[in-house]
Design a protein around this ligand. Structure first.
Ligand SMILES: Cc1ncc(COP(=O)(O)O)c(C=O)c1O
Length: 435
């Protein structure tokens, strides 16, 4: 039986990773690699943590599975832990099995609560690969199934200051990105719009940093029209310097969607934190139409409880905020002088290095380009240098585990710099060959 390789052509050689400790992984030949992106920005607490392993093993021995509609001590413990970290007013929790199914249920709840059907999202966004989550994404991964899209999705342009869609410069622009959003809502009819979904901080679409007042202005628009505001924190939660990245913008959304870092990737689990008013009183004596066989899985709950305690321990959760100035400076000092580096964007431990054609601001690989030869070349050079990469088009992601030491981070950034110097040279050589 051959495994289907996700998001990949099938005739490729895949890495064989056999072991992980902290921020390091080893392949079957014994070669070590620094985990530059915590795998898929999930293993925030690092690999091989025995405390998480023991909590999981203990729970499997006590009660490996029980009907999600029942109460059981580990579920109550995770709910209590989540109450410690949830923004004020988000008092209800639904625990699912992944980020995508949490998004599916968030969309469902917003539609049920408002009686409206449209969902506003961004073109440069990703919310998962199940039907409604994929449709709600702007990411081109949806395009192969565009003909079967869930209806009612409305997309808007991103507040992408490095490549402003309105050709503006931040500081002189009067937030055209927000007026655009409000115009689209007016055209669509606010009374038809159930929810606006934004990633708490942009992730695989390029870590596009929200301008400072973007989130508060979107909150004001949602309030004006009675729209449910959803922060998708599947990637940005637990790694941007606060529990949820949206909190760094001083905004409390109506729902938060989480996954990945919730269990540090050790057990598949997602979830929604929701305002009481989205559930009560309408479902007090009427069935809420949501549920999954593996919802609030006891083993996931065990991993979640210990993961949250580990983030709380020594204030690890705030380390990305505390280290952000140091990391930003280090990234800029080492990488910005390299001619193929266009922009460097970092929020906590979630960042990207955007590659360009040297001497221009043109992306080295265009968004959604079918020709990813440079993307593959950068990726393979990073592997060779001992870094586990995550590269899409011209984006090289930087999202290490929170437990990485300053020495490890400095070394990884230096390695990254050496690779990008080679890339710059190769691009310049190929330009000279063509001219
Ligand atoms: C912002 C965001 N939302 C949702 C998802 C989907 O999560 P999952 O892959 O667990 O279904 C992802 C996955 O990367 C994500 O980055």
């Amino acid at each position: 039986m051959k495994l289907i390789i996700p998001w990949s052509a099938q005739l490729v050689q895949v890495p064989n990773i056999v072991k992980g400790v902290g921020a390091t992984l080893w392949d079957s030949a014994g070669k070590p690699y620094f985990d530059l992106c915590s795998q898929l920005m999930a293993v925030n607490l690092g690999h091989g943590d025995i405390r998480i392993a023991e909590a999981i093993a203990t729970q499997v021995g006590v009660l490996g599975y029980v009907n999600p509609a029942y109460s059981t001590p580990i579920r109550e413990s995770l709910a209590k832990k989540l109450a410690e970290i949830a923004p004020p007013g988000l008092d209800r929790v639904l625990l699912t099995t992944s980020g995508a199914d949490a998004i599916e249920n968030a969309i469902k709840l917003a539609r049920l609560a408002t009686g409206r059907h449209k969902i506003v999202t961004k073109y440069r966004s990703y919310h998962g690969s199940t039907a409604a989550a994929m449709s709600a994404s702007g990411d081109p991964r949806r395009l192969s199934q565009a003909a079967f899209e869930t209806p009612g999705i409305v997309r808007v342009e991103d507040p992408y200051c490095y490549r402003c869609p309105w050709g503006q410069t931040f500081g002189q622009c009067e937030y055209q990105c927000v007026s655009h959003l409000e115009r689209v809502i007016a055209f669509e009819g606010p009374q038809t719009i159930a929810a606006i979904i934004l990633e708490g901080e942009s992730g695989t679409s390029g870590c596009i940093k929200y301008p400072p007042d973007y989130w508060p202005r979107v909150r004001a628009i949602a309030d004006r029209y009675g729209i449910v505001l959803i922060s998708d924190e599947v990637m940005s939660g637990f790694r941007c310097g606060d529990w949820f990245a949206v909190s760094r913008h001083g905004v409390v959304p109506d729902m938060i969607v989480m996954a990945k870092g919730l269990t540090s990737g050790y057990v598949p689990m997602g979830g929604i934190l929701a305002k009481e008013s989205l559930i009560s009183p309408q479902f007090d004596s009427k069935r809420v139409p949501i549920g999954l066989t593996y919802a609030a899985h006891p083993v996931g709950c065990a991993a979640g409880v210990v993961a949250i305690s580990l983030y709380q321990d020594g204030d690890l959760i705030h380390r990305p905020l505390a280290w952000e100035p140091w990391l930003t400076q280090l990234l800029n000092k080492r990488l910005a002088p390299i001619s193929c580096v266009g922009d460097i964007r970092l929020t906590g431990f979630l960042g990207v290095i955007e590659l360009v054609i040297p001497g221009t601001q043109r992306p080295l690989v265009e968004w959604n380009s079918a020709d990813e030869s440079w993307t593959n070349r950068v990726s393979s050079l990073l592997w060779d240098s001992g870094l586990v990469p995550n590269v899409r088009w011209n984006y090289v992601f930087f999202a290490p585990p929170l437990i990485a030491t300053q020495d490890e981070l400095a070394r990884a950034i230096d390695q990254l710099g050496s690779v990008l110097e080679v890339v710059s040279k190769e691009i310049n050589d190929s330009i000279s060959e063509k001219s």
